[in-house]
Write a protein that binds this ligand. Sequence first.
Ligand code: GNR
Ligand code: NI
Length: 172
Amino acid sequence: MTIKPLIILPDPLLREVSTPIERVDSDLERLIDDMLETMYDAPGIGLAAVQVGVTRRLLVIDVSKEDDGKQPLVFINPEIIASSEDRSVYEEGCLSIPDYYAEVERPASVTVKSLDRHGKEQVTEANGLLATCLQHEIDHLDGKLFIDYISRLKREMVIRKFTKAAKSKAAL
Ligand code: GNR
Ligand code: NI
């Protein structure tokens, strides 16, 4: 297994719409394992394939507490088929926007249809942190970031800061 480098803001890849996965084969299995290793190493509670440079509709999540051991979840071609009317607010962060956090309001519960790592259809009813994380990750597959939900002023400040950081890094 391999820890892959993370794609960081303002990389335009983060704004691409990822394409559906057509075959669950051994190459995909390897990508899933690399994504899980990359997520645990970061550490993060979720990771979309685009964050390791692969614009495919695949994400991994683990929202378990440390004491309960690892509980990796894999979602291939995930689709939100139902969302609750009631909302919840979480302080979100993103491995592609390191060290920036902001509160985001989203549906408190969602139902997600996807394929599991064996290509079998699964339906997941999520609430709490898992519901927020699933929505955050599925947004990535559509080129959307959590900073799209904050004020334009704050968003532009964050983008400017990361653009400057990328430029000074490139100049080295
Ligand atoms: O590690 C992560 N934590 C997190 C916290 C609140 C809401 C969403 C997330 S996802 C994030 C990892 C990440 O960037 N996934 O795309
Ligand atoms: Ni993210």
